[in-house]
Design a protein around this ligand. Structure first.
Ligand SMILES: Cc1ncc(COP(=O)(O)O)c(CN[C@@H](CN)CCC(=O)O)c1O
Length: 430
């Protein structure tokens, strides 16, 4: 049996950074990544046989926990029928219908293989449907690694972006405007100056890539109003929040406060694939029918709507659609955050936390941040001590202070209690 350290050394010889996605390398927190051997329910076991309570769950997809029997059976059955055809299947229709049943803002949906692909395609669709080039995104929101979205704020926030990655030519992001999250004044200014040229505004409604920051209701309402007024499409990136915070996604949470609220395009991923490579984007029929083969906006994918992935997603959606699922999940997630808040207070550690459905976040700050700048005032060294202290005690949270956490239906009250006890011991060290 190889140790995590041996596997990491071997991995780094053949895979850049030893990982296939950067956050897995523990570079923000230091130390050696845990190589997962197997997972079941709320747990995974690493290469050295150690068990962890898993609060990442593949960054959101594993809402049922690992190895749910009904999902496993559906995947096994689909695999026997065939891995991939490059031809239409009934199951893709079933999954599309299941998604649309819960998201009344969408008349049609296109299945793809990753959130990046879905977000990238949504941008192209918005540009094709409006005939406009400029887009708005927000600092701290992550929409995958498509070139036009790897951008940080320009010199002044309300200026067009600069690439955040080598290999992205400045001209590719020159039409991307990066604004401050929850900043109404900046939003008004951007639309006043650029409204007629805007194809879309894309936002993470609850920003899980800033740990857990909610767009305020007034801010979402104003985004909706300004997009409508200026003819720009309002794109909700619900790759993380879709079917995670509620059966109707974050858009259903905002619709409770903003009567009749709907985005124009929704980007989905993670939960709808149940842990397999599957994502989607959808919206009103008039917009979606701009897509090839019907319309002029090209978009394609060899493994789009993959028969095994769609079986996994369908079985997952069937389970989470059962009565009481989200109420129970939200209760347990709230209990986790409340427990952490309690022990942080007992140990005198600054703490603020929030959750919606099965998604949560917390900050070693006295108050919940409203934007990226405030999130990044967190004491990184203190977070890293917390991260490793929990890891040593068998609790696996995100290896970065700007990432969210996820509770599954498989996490028990005992798992939550064990996590809070571990946190109490670590808070004592901070
Ligand atoms: C709101 C949102 N939109 C798009 C994406 C990109 O999805 P993927 O291409 O990684 O499937 C993501 C991906 N989330 C990260 C977690 N912060 C995935 C983890 C990783 O990059 O390894 C997302 O959170």
């Amino acid at each position: 049996m190889s140790t995590n350290e041996e596997l990491f050394a071997r991995a780094q010889r053949v895979i850049p950074g030893g990982v296939n996605s950067p956050v897995r390398a523990f570079r923000a927190v230091g130390g050696v990544p845990r190589f997962v051997q197997r997972a079941q329910g709320p747990y995974f076991w690493d290469a050295e046989g150690r068990r962890y309570i898993d609060y990442i769950g593949s960054w959101g997809p594993m809402i049922l926990g690992h190895g749910h029997p009904a999902v496993l059976a559906a995947v096994q059955e689909a695999a026997v029928q065939g891995f991939s055809f490059g031809a239409p299947t009934e199951r893709e229709i079933e999954l599309a219908e299941a998604i649309l049943a819960h998201l009344p803002s969408m008349d049609m949906v296109r299945l793809v293989s990753s959130g990046t692909e879905a977000a990238m395609s949504a941008i192209r669709l918005a540009r094709g449907a409006t005939g406009r080039k400029k887009i708005i995104k927000f600092e701290g929101c992550y929409h995958g690694h498509a070139d036009a979205l790897l951008v940080k704020a320009g010199s002044g926030l309300a200026t067009f972006g600069n690439p955040t990655s080598a290999g992205v030519p400045p001209e590719v992001v020159q039409d991307t405007l990066v604004l401050a999250y929850n900043d109404l004044a900046g939003l008004e200014q951007a639309f006043a100056e650029h409204g007629a040229a805007l194809a879309c505004l894309m936002i993470e409604p609850i920003a899980g890539n800033m740990n857990f920051v909610r767009a305020s209701v007034p801010f979402v309402r104003r985004c909706r109003e300004l997009c409508t007024q200026h003819g720009a499409l309002f794109v909700f990136d619900e790759v993380m929040t879709g079917f995670r915070v509620a059966l109707g996604g974050a858009q259903s949470v905002y619709a409770r406060e903003i009567p009749g609220f709907v985005p124009d395009i929704t980007v989905l991923g993670k939960v709808i694939g149940g842990g397999m490579p599957l994502a989607a984007f959808g919206g009103r029929r008039a917009v979606m029918e701009q897509l090839a083969p019907l319309g002029p906006v090209y978009q394609a994918g060899t493994l789009s709507g993959n028969p095994v992935a769609t079986a996994c997603g369908l079985a997952t959606l069937k389970e989470i659609g059962k009565p009481g699922f989200y109420e129970a999940l939200a209760r347990r997630t709230q209990a986790l955050v409340a427990g952490l808040r309690q022990v942080a207070a007992e140990e005198g550690v600054p703490f603020s936390g929030d959750s919606e459905g099965g998604m949560f976040g917390f900050f070693l700050l006295d108050a919940l941040p409203q934007n990226y700048h405030t999130v990044m005032t967190t004491d990184g060294a203190r977070f890293n001590t917390l991260f490793h202290g929990l890891l040593e005690r068998g609790v696996y949270i995100a290896p970065a202070l700007y990432e969210a956490g996820f509770v599954s239906a498989a996490h028990s009250d005992e798992d939550i209690a064990q996590t809070v006890d571990a946190a109490r011991a670590v808070f004592r060290l901070l």
